[in-house]
Design a binder for this molecule. Structure first.
Ligand SMILES: *[C@@H]1O[C@H](CO)[C@@H](O)[C@H](O)[C@H]1NC(C)=O
Ligand SMILES: *[C@@H]1O[C@H](CO)[C@@H](O)[C@H](O)[C@H]1NC(C)=O
Length: 939
């Protein structure tokens, strides 16, 4: 999405507002104590009321739902607030309070079921006889006590379904509330849920002992076999069919214009989120706040800046993927974001493509797993996840309508695969992309939508990307269910893409009424499916455009622990000659930290959507960003780690080659930080309009490295950036001993890289893309010319192209080194799981033969029979992976259940999936080019 002029327009709108709060007071003569107690809230609500009183908003009750709530109680599943309503009658008590205290007073008073906190400072407690009739009353807050545990269950902080599994390598330390007796992990989880009101957020069940823990519990990795840990989460278990049936009964109560309003965004800047759907009180629909991004809640303060999707992919860790979804979902929920615009699933087929950093790299299976795990985690928080961008949206250049042409086989086996996984994971929303497919816009293309809704069976709703489509009839009939942000063209405009224009199109027969019923039904189905209809969802409490309207509510909990863990787990050691790393006091007395990328930005949020380069690159630019609450610079993370070991740090925090060389000369090891960057099309940085112009390091990084290496000192290079960079200028220099790809690790960047450089974390990050010597060796490139984007490499994306063409890359897909050595048993144990389904099980034993504990990423590839290959050649394809913890000297057996789907190909003739017959080579190893064990399976 795009908001280039948004901030300027927001400022202009705010200037027009006349404060009229006094005339909106619903009460007279509050006593002095109450008025004093409510002063803070008053200030907030005065600003709020002023905002709501602009002429074009006055009288529109549906916008009043914004930002009035205190989610801190609401989010615990106990009290929920609604600002556009007022309960009349049923009074049992009255007391002075600030807004936040009113719910708590009601909870504490026997018989109190509802309450009203009325501006400016009186709390009315009410029994069940209070009428639920909503009354517009700006400045009032009303809440309802919800029985503890309603529609709340726990989600496990582990892999797979986001629910079960024994996690041998996870344990929460600290944050202890109390120990309780429990016979099983299930009982322990139930005890935590029951204690949620007292702050229980996480739990550990280990060796028969159940420990309840607060949000302060930190995740530490320990080899505690048999430990189970979980996080309390809100969720709903209604089936799609039941949700759709409920939605249909609600839609039947709506008029045509009401149905259309569910599908029509409010327009930019008239609500606090980047996209909004107005509420519909008659059916209990509180509206939608739709907000970016895949790295956190964009434009909000007091949120976390998570690692990029490319880092999450580089962990090859299903648990971390699930947890990131869960934590981002919890932050979104805490901010009142109903629909989080994440995950981003476009394939990094062209290494220079601008948004690659938001996604999971060059392989469709890695994308599928990462996206599906995140969807499960986000939706376990009751937030709707958005799989985007559908489909074939793989570059930024000329993205509005650039025409993507892909064959049916690549379309199914590569580009639809992550969407298929998300649909199976229950994703409730999909965003269609800016591009055209086969000559017509994806968002107005019935053939494209049919892939999603008919072939994949998606039952949620499709929203347009922001201003992706301008034709009302074509967009509606093409299958888009929601127009975002709502207005036709960019800026504040009242001419909606849907709204009254769609109503006119229905009335004159251009769009069938059934299409509008389908839109409304799909939107409410998703809302019900994730449980947002239970009335516990917090009201939106931040403002994207006028930050001073936001409530300073922190939702980060202990997510920085996860962020640092992902940062470490995604830091890829691609070269480590002479055991140069890790840094130890035995090897080095002084180290030099060199480069602009090692330093902290003067203000990490100074540039709109991070559209500049200043210090360490920890996120790319565009809508995929989030504000940094803080940003740990590499030099600071390294200095902290070095001082614990009494290692001296000298630094040169610029890209001056002579200064860098001088620093290196006084040290025993030089660590040079360099970077590249990319982002979204609407911001141009250093001449790069989203997509990178080339794969070179930015800011003379090559010259800096060469100058440092010329000192003769052993040199380690750390690269921050969106993907592969051209390393040919320095790759073969003799003093380049170690190379690290750190990608874009988010707010804990400096700590995460230090963890790996000093060996506090044994590296296990793996390249989620291939790295070549020259740009023209890659399977595909950005099309900069005004020409179609042809997916001529077919299914041979990324690493597969190299294998099919017999080329050796610099670093293969899946490559990454460790400080220990893992040996694989040469024999794979293959056994049938279920002859009816065609699934088989593969087991492999992995032994840690080195001196330190560590994670190994075990990768399973298949090579299908030769007759299935593309014309250009055959290549293995990733089908599964596991990141396992193997203590030194230990052997761990990793089991993969390989489903029939793993050896199906898309038959272009038949238009369906067909299992191959013949011999499938099953290849297990440490990268696409490092296969350690194999078996031939006849299918
Ligand atoms: C686009 O056209 C190609 C060639 O006719 C076809 O194989 C492919 O399935 C079409 N894609 C879509 C989404 O219809
Ligand atoms: C919210 O962020 C601001 C700075 O942006 C900080 O001063 C404040 O302490 C934070 N509040 C919470 C509750 O996290």
């Amino acid at each position: 999405m795009k908001t280039g002029l948004a901030l300027a327009l927001a400022a202009a709108a705010a200037a027009l507002v006349a404060p009229t709060a006094a005339s909106l007071l619903p009460l007279s003569d509050p006593d002095a104590a109450a008025a004093a107690a409510a002063q803070d809230a008053l200030n907030f609500h005065a600003a709020e009321a002023a905002l709501l009183s602009t002429p074009h908003r006055r009288g529109d009750r549906s916008v009043h739902h914004r930002r009035y709530t205190d989610w801190r109680t609401g989010n615990a599943g106990q009290v929920t607030f609604a600002s556009f309503c007022d309960w009349t009658g049923g009074d049992i008590a009255r007391a002075a309070s600030a807004s936040d205290g009113c719910g708590a007073m009601c909870l504490a008073r026997p018989g109190c079921e509802k309450f009203t906190w009325a501006f400016p400072g009186v709390c009315y407690m009410k029994d069940g006889s209070a009428s639920a009739e909503p009354v517009t009353n700006i400045g009032a807050l009303c809440g309802k006590v919800v029985p503890p545990g309603t529609n709340v269950r726990y989600a496990w902080a582990t892999a797979a379904e986001g629910r079960a599994s024994v996690a041998a390598d996870c344990d929460w330390k600290g944050g202890d509330l109390r120990g309780v007796a429990a016979a099983s992990a299930e009982e322990c989880a139930a005890a935590c849920l029951a204690d949620e009101g007292a702050g229980c957020f996480k739990f550990t069940f280990a060796n028969g002992a159940c420990a309840l823990k607060s949000a302060d519990a930190a995740q530490v990795v320990s080899a505690k076999a048999g430990a189970v840990c979980g996080v309390v989460a809100h969720s709903s278990s209604i089936s799609w069919a039941d949700a759709a049936a409920k939605a249909k009964t609600l839609v039947a109560q709506l008029s045509l214009s009401e149905k259309i309003s569910l599908a029509s965004g409010s327009g930019m800047l008239v609500s606090p989120c980047v996209g909004s759907i107005y509420s519909k009180a008659s059916i209990g629909f509180q509206g939608f706040c739709l907000q970016d991004s895949p790295t956190g809640v964009r434009f909000a303060r007091n949120v976390s800046a998570f690692p990029a999707g490319i880092n999450l992919a580089a962990t090859f860790d299903k648990t971390l993927m699930y947890n990131q979804g869960l934590y981002m979902g919890r932050e979104a929920r805490g901010k009142g974001v109903h629909v989080l615009l994440s995950p981003m699933m476009n394939i990094a087929r062209a290494p220079a493509a601008g948004r690659n950093w938001e996604g999971a790299g060059g392989d469709p299976q890695l994308h599928a797993v990462s996206a599906a795990q995140q969807v499960k985690g986000i939706q376990a928080s009751g937030v709707i996840a958005t799989a985007k961008h559908f489909v074939l949206n793989e570059q930024e250049t000329r993205r509005h309508g650039s025409n993507s042409l892909a064959g049916a086989r690549a379309l199914h086996e590569v580009y639809l695969k992550p969407f298929r996984a998300c649909v199976e994971a229950g994703v409730a929303a999909v965003m269609c992309g800016y591009n055209a497919v086969n000559g017509s816009l994806a968002c107005a293309n019935p053939a494209v939508m049919s892939l999603l809704k008919d072939e994949l069976g998606f039952q949620g709703f499709v929203m347009t990307d922001w201003y992706a489509s301008t034709d009302t009839v074509a967009t509606a009939n093409g299958g888009s269910d929601m127009a975002m942000p709502g207005n036709h063209v960019e800026g504040i405009g009242s001419d909606p893409l849907f709204g009254q224009n769609l109503e006119a199109a229905v009335k004159n027969g251009q769009v069938p009424l059934a299409r509008v019923d389908d839109m409304a039904t799909r939107i409410l189905t998703s809302w019900i499916k994730v449980g947002q209809n239970d009335g516990t969802f917090p009201w939106t409490n931040f403002d994207s455009w006028t930050p001073s309207n936001s409530k300073p509510i922190g939702v980060q909990a202990d997510h920085k622990v996860h962020i640092r863990a992902v940062g470490g787990a995604s830091t890829i050691l691609t070269k480590n000659a002479d055991a140069t790393l890790p840094i130890t006091a035995a090897k080095y007395k002084t180290i030099a930290v060199i480069g602009d990328d090692a330093r902290a930005p003067s203000n990490p949020n100074a540039c709109s959507d991070h559209g500049c380069i200043d210090g360490v690159v920890a996120q790319g630019w565009g809508s995929g960003t989030s504000f940094f609450p803080y940003l740990v610079a590499p030099v600071d993370g390294i200095t902290a780690a070095a001082s614990k070991r009494s290692i001296k740090v000298v630094s040169s925090l610029s890209n001056s080659g002579s200064d860098g060389a001088n620093a290196a000369k006084s040290a025993d090891l030089a660590v040079v930080f360099v970077a590249a960057n990319s982002g979204e099309e609407y911001i141009t940085v250093n001449g790069n309009k989203g997509d990178r112009n080339d794969l070179n390091l930015w800011s003379n990084g090559d010259a800096l490295i060469a100058a440092v290496a010329a000192t003769g000192k052993p040199t380690a290079v750390v690269v921050h950036g969106p993907g592969a960079v051209n390393m040919s200028a320095w790759l073969d220099l003799p003093n380049i001993k170690a190379i690290v790809y750190a990608l874009m690790p988010g707010q804990e960047a400096g700590n995460a890289v230090a963890d790996v450089l000093f060996g506090d974390v044994n590296p296990s990050g793996r390249l989620p893309f291939v790295v070549a010597r020259n740009r023209d060796e890659y399977a595909a490139d950005v099309v900069y010319a005004d020409a179609p984007v042809r997916y001529d490499e077919g299914i041979l994306v990324d690493y597969r192209w190299f294998e099919a063409r017999g080329r050796t890359p610099v670093y293969p897909f899946g490559h990454g080194l460790s400080y220990t050595r893992f040996a694989y048993a040469p024999r794979l144990a293959v056994s049938p799981v279920d002859p009816r389904t065609g699934a088989f099980r593969v087991e492999v034993a992995v032994t840690n033969e080195g001196d330190v504990d560590g994670h190994e990423v075990v990768q399973l590839y298949v090579l299908l029979p030769r007759e299935t290959c593309e014309a250009v050649g055959c290549a293995k394809e990733l089908r599964d992976f596991e990141r396992v913890w193997v203590p030194r000297g230990a052997t761990v057996t990793v089991a993969f259940d390989v489903p029939r789907r793993a050896y199906e190909v898309w038959s272009v003739q038949a238009g369906e999936w067909r299992a191959v017959s013949g011999t499938v080579e099953v290849l297990v190893g440490a990268s696409a080019a490092d296969i350690r064990a194999s078996a031939s399976v006849v299918v």
